[in-house]
Design a protein around this ligand. Structure first.
Ligand code: SAM
Length: 290
């Protein structure tokens, strides 16, 4: 059966991403490379005209060959640069494997755990989306195919860095945006621990970003928003929230020293300079559309 988000219009196939009632984003599609319904979601790899291959979950584009590296580099490298000596890293979600591919560039990491609820996403990305996953194979990388919410509950003082690379807060990812979950992430981190999560669009989903930031700020010694522009994500401008366990404010502990396509030393610094609407009165983000 053809899902409602794959539509043929005048003989041309489109993926129509239904972001909200008044916003639908359409991508012209060349081919369906992979399509399977898992216990959690409908997983597709599509080949599109302008964005190349893309991972689509329940009709929502997660990452593409064209710009996936921007998001993945911004969420993977930055937390490592704010930790003095990272050895053990946990990724929650991240099924397209773009984040673990970036982490594998750091020889100083001893273990990389990735807890992804849906093995079908990982297999699809490894087999059909090499532009993002790089077909990653690394002896330090261990996959755990289970719910990240439960997994992290059982970990205490286990990680230096936790990266939450989740899909939007619906279905199994909803819990990945709650205070209780961030509290468990805090406990899973060691003394100098650093966490980061994708905190949605500051333009179109400001309330989610604000909730995320405020919860992390209440639990961690400090929280810091940074942004990048990712063409694939509705609104373009995307936010990330960094949570630091150690008090003393934000301090970059190491310099970027790995090959990358997007991030560089200047971007690491400038990403924390926020637009005016996010940065009124110190570190408090303001909602644009209140
Ligand atoms: N970078 C992408 C974005 O922002 O749209 C998302 C990356 S990745 C594809 C998100 C992954 O989170 C999905 O593969 C999904 O299966 C996984 N996920 C959702 N809820 C989860 C949970 N509770 N535990 C572990 N993984 C989860």
């Amino acid at each position: 059966m053809i899902p409602p988000y794959l539509q043929q219009i005048d003989g041309v196939w489109w993926l129509v991403e239904d972001d909200r009632d008044n916003l639908k984003v359409s991508y012209r599609i060349k081919n369906v490379i992979f399509s399977e319904t898992s216990s959690f979601q409908h997983v597709m790899i599509l080949d599109s005209y302008d964005f190349g291959r893309m991972l689509v979950l329940d009709g929502a584009v997660q990452t593409t060959a064209l710009d996936g590296y921007i998001y993945n580099e911004m969420i993977a490298h930055i937390p490592l640069l704010f930790h003095p000596d990272p050895k053990n890293v946990l990724v929650i979600g991240g099924g397209d494997c773009g984040v673990v591919r970036e982490l594998a560039k750091y020889p100083e990491l001893e273990t990389i755990d990735m807890v992804e609820i849906d093995q079908i996403v990982v297999n699809a990305a490894l087999n059909h989306l090499p532009e993002v996953s790089g077909n990653i194979k690394d002896p330090r990388l261990q996959f755990h195919f289970t719910d990240g919410v439960q997994f992290v509950k059982e970990k205490k003082d286990a990680y230096d860095v936790v990266i939450i690379d989740s899909s939007d807060p619906v279905g199994p990812a909803e819990q990945l945006f709650t205070s209780e979950f961030y509290q468990n992430v805090y406990q899973s981190l060691r003394k100098d621990g650093v966490m980061v999560c994708q905190s949605e669009s500051p333009i179109l989903y400001a309330p989610i970003m604000e909730r995320c930031y405020n919860s992390i700020r209440e639990i961690f010694a400090s929280a810091h928003l940074y942004t990048a522009t990712v063409p694939t994500y509705p609104g373009g401008l995307w936010s990330f929230t960094l949570g630091l366990k150690q008090s003393g404010g934000i301090q970059q502990r190491r310099q970027l020293a790995t090959p990358t396509r997007y991030i560089n030393r200047g971007i690491v610094e400038s990403a924390f300079h926020l637009p005016e609407f996010l940065h009124r009165g110190g570190q408090t983000p303001m909602m644009l559309m209140r």
